[in-house]
Design a protein around this ligand. Structure first.
Ligand code: FAD
Ligand code: NAP
Ligand code: SF4
Length: 675
């Protein structure tokens, strides 16, 4: 045991031929840097920072073993000796920093976004427009050989091991499950034959790479799809994979086509550790628990309870490369916590953009966004302690500037103080805790409760003035907009107004959806209670039955709600790529009526009058909550300009349209890096 406050997390793990320094596995995450040789130096810098940060073992993003296994055209692939060279840059960087790294071998199967896609059978995925070709028996052999070749090349490239991706609905999973494997040959028909593909891959890789090479197998332990594997099959698969030579079994939760959220911020922390725990008595190789493990006490709790031998964290290490060192030293308050928003990581990757992190814009930009100490310290005033101002002030102070951060409110955080009240967004508290600690550590002078004006700024004699004053809510203009029934989202979320039993929400952007979620719930958030959350989403309590699914039992809505927008089409189309469906499904479960193509005719004592498809309707509501977007708050710009002083504008004060915290933090950090 170590002297860390998290002794189980920092207990070394002896794998027989090597010892890992702690129980932290950085899970595989596609960053977009794996796809081009030119980006490998950046990829190396990204992994080097995480190795320096004390991570025990890391896994690369998915690398395909051949062309047909590509996730998308020209995605990362390792199938020829001449492709090794670029990987050496990564493995050398990691080993130079004292770390260990495995290459993940991922064959997309029917999830491939290119016309060469193959699968166990000709069964189209519901999330893909393409139908796969069923592999012939010879084709199956070729795929297995491709996995083995890639594993051998990974070893030649200096990796410490490989992870075979057997979950999330990719090719191996497509063979394992009766949902997608309709074969009647040696590779399908019975559970034993369906798992032969996975077992042969592991067995032949072990044979080819020898005993002293880490072989992680990512086992699909809870599929969350109809017709998915049942628990007894999963136990059988785990035992066979162990016997075939796996060193470690990692947990896979949910196929990509599953309609149960598995990693979004509304998923309770550590919600799926029970799945790994249920497998523990059946195998003796180390098991890794995954999904929504983002803080050391969560990881320690899982390990201390004996639910798993290691914990996997991918996004939390994107958010803070020093996560392990900070936890080990008992500095958990300094951890920049992943809030599971997906906004800069997965949402980017799904639209072929390089991944980064909302709370850490340096993620995947380690070589380009560098916070170099300044040679010429300046006095800087930052007005507004929302995400943009917080990022700017703390990065500037970290670089050696003398920073004064001023906010009219009594607490830091700006709109994040509203966001954190939304059920399922409790993680936003962590970002505020992190910035609070950063202010302390970097020596930012914080002045709260001061609505600063231009004279005060001019009198302060600052070298630089940064305006991060945020936004003001947009007002609506229709008859009755000034009726007492009409209130702003600010009134509701600050508690100034408690809406009645029937409420219409005008505007179905991110805030409209969040307000609907807030008004639909009553009492403690289900995101803080795994049992209630699983009941809401239909996860079987003991993970039994095909796919581990049960009938969803959503709690009754607290109010009758209408969510409206003027644009045609279903509201929510512009929400995040990987989370929009969750918000839409959550509101559907609360019977929220979401309407597009709405014309607002007016509000009176009877309610809100609207026209949809030419039909007039009266919504008999007690309140109308306006969430109609925002406009920049820039009251200080003109008087400063008039006095001949230039100021930097960041966040909502700069551009309110399409503003989110990702842009606010990125813009604040980049400005501070350049000052
Ligand atoms: P703000 O957060 O608005 O901060 C501006 C600050 O300036 C305020 O604290 C204000 O008091 C201060 N100020 C203004 N004028 C003065 C003055 N004269 N003197 C002193 N202080 C002054 N974004 C996401 O990316 N993801 C989400 O999931 C998300 N959810 C949200 C949910 C809700 C309910 C809300 C309301 C917003 C959400 N957002 C989300 C949006 C996100 O919070 C904003 O994009 C972000 O806060 C903008 O940051 P900012 O620093 O520009 O401005
Ligand atoms: P938004 O996304 O721009 O949505 C504004 C909504 O108001 C739209 O539905 C718009 O639709 C409607 N609207 C605009 N002008 C109107 C008018 N004059 N009268 C009536 N309706 C009008 O803005 P937001 O919801 O205020 O969110 C602000 C920012 O916070 C967003 O950029 C968002 O990214 C961020 N945020 C993100 C999340 C997240 O989960 N990622 C959550 C909350 C907030 P119509 O024009 O069709 O009516
Ligand atoms: Fe976590 Fe959001 Fe950063 Fe992704 S973008 S790593 S989900 S905080």
């Amino acid at each position: 045991m170590t002297t860390s406050p998290y002794p189980h997390l920092f207990q070394p793990l002896d794998l027989g031929f090597c010892t890992l320094p702690n129980r932290i596995l950085m899970g595989s995450m596609h960053t977009g840097l794996e796809d081009h040789a030119r980006d490998f130096p950046k990829l190396a810098a990204y992994f080097r920072e995480r190795a320096e940060g004390g991570t025990g073992l890391m896994v690369t993003g998915g690398i395909s073993p051949n062309l047909v296994g590509w996730l998308k055209p020209f995605a990362g692939k390792l199938s020829w000796p001449w492709e090794i060279h670029k990987h050496r840059i990564v493995t050398d960087a990691v080993h130079g920093a004292g770390g260990r790294i495995c290459l993940q071998i991922l064959h997309a199967g029917r999830y491939a976004a290119h016309p060469l896609l193959v699968s166990a059978s000709k069964v189209k995925a519901p999330i893909s427009p393409l139908t796969p070709r069923a592999l012939t028996a010879w084709g199956v052999e070729r795929q297995i050989r491709a996995f083995v070749t890639t594993a051998k090349l990974a070893r030649d490239a200096g990796y410490d091991g490989v992870e075979v991706m057997g979950s999330e609905g990719y090719l191996i999973n497509q063979f394992l499950s009766a949902r997608t494997n309709k074969r009647n040959d040696a590779w399908g028909g019975t559970p034993e034959k369906r798992m032969r593909f996975a077992v042969e891959i592991v067995r032949r890789i072990r044979e080819a790479v020898g005993p002293d090479f880490i072989l992680i197998y990512r086992l699909s332990m809870l599929e969350l799809v109809e017709g998915g594997s049942a628990w007894d099959e999963i136990v059988m698969q785990a035992k066979a994979i162990e016997a075939a030579g796996a060193t470690i079994i990692n947990t896979g939760i949910g196929w990509h086509e599953a309609r149960v959220p598995t990693i979004a911020t509304s998923v309770p922390r550590g919600a799926f550790a029970g799945v790994t725990a249920k497998l523990k008595p059946h195998v003796s190789v180390p098991l890794v628990a995954t999904n929504r493990i983002n803080m050391p006490e969560v990881a320690e709790g899982i390990l201390a309870a004996g639910q798993a031998d290691m914990v996997s964290m991918a996004r939390p290490l994107l958010a803070d490369p020093q996560w392990a060192n900070k936890a080990r030293a008992g500095r958990r308050d300094e951890i920049n916590t992943c809030i599971a928003c997906n906004q800069a990581c997965l949402d980017h990757v799904f639209v072929n953009r390089k991944a980064s992190c909302l709370v850490n814009p340096r993620a995947c930009a380690e070589t380009e966004l560098v916070y170099t100490p300044t040679a010429a310290p300046k006095r800087i005033a930052v007005v507004g302690a929302g995400p943009a101002g917080l990022a700017c002030a703390t990065v500037a102070a970290e670089r050696g500037h003398r920073v004064t951060l001023i906010d009219a409110a009594g607490e830091i955080g700006g709109q994040f103080n509203l966001a954190k009240k939304i059920p399922g967004k409790e993680e936003f508290h962590e970002t505020l805790r992190y910035f609070g600690k950063r202010i302390e550590l970097t020596g930012v002078e914080l002045r709260l409760g001061q609505r600063v004006d231009a004279e005060a700024l001019l009198a302060g004699g600052y070298d630089e003035i940064v305006l991060a004053t945020g936004i003001r809510p947009r007002k609506v203009a229709f008859p009755g907009a000034d009726h007492p029934k009409v209130v702003s989202y600010l009134d509701v979320l600050t508690g100034r107004v408690v809406p009645g039993a029937k409420v219409a929400i005008i505007g179905a952007g991110g805030i409209g959806f969040d307000v609907a979620e807030y008004l639909a719930h009553e009492g403690p958030s289900p995101s803080l209670d795994t049992e209630r959350w699983m009941a809401e989403w239909g996860v079987a309590p003991e993970f039994e039955g095909p796919g581990g699914l049960a009938r969803p039992r959503p709690e009754a809505p607290a109010r009758q709600l209408w969510l409206l927008q003027r644009s045609p089409g279903k509201p929510g189309a512009r929400l995040g790529k990987t989370t929009g469906w969750i918000h839409r499904a959550a509101l559907k479960a609360k019977a929220v009526q979401a309407l597009g193509g709405v014309e607002y005719l007016g509000v009176d004592d009877a309610g809100l009058r609207i026209r949809v498809d030419g039909q007039e309707q009266l919504l008999p509501v007690d309140h109308v909550v306006v969430c109609a977007g925002q406009e920049p708050l820039r009251a200080l710009v003109e008087p400063l300009q008039a006095a001949g002083r230039a100021a930097h504008l960041i966040g909502g004060a700069d551009v309110a349209a399409e503003l989110d915290a990702k842009r606010a933090i990125d813009q604040g950090s980049r400005l501070a890096a350049a000052l």
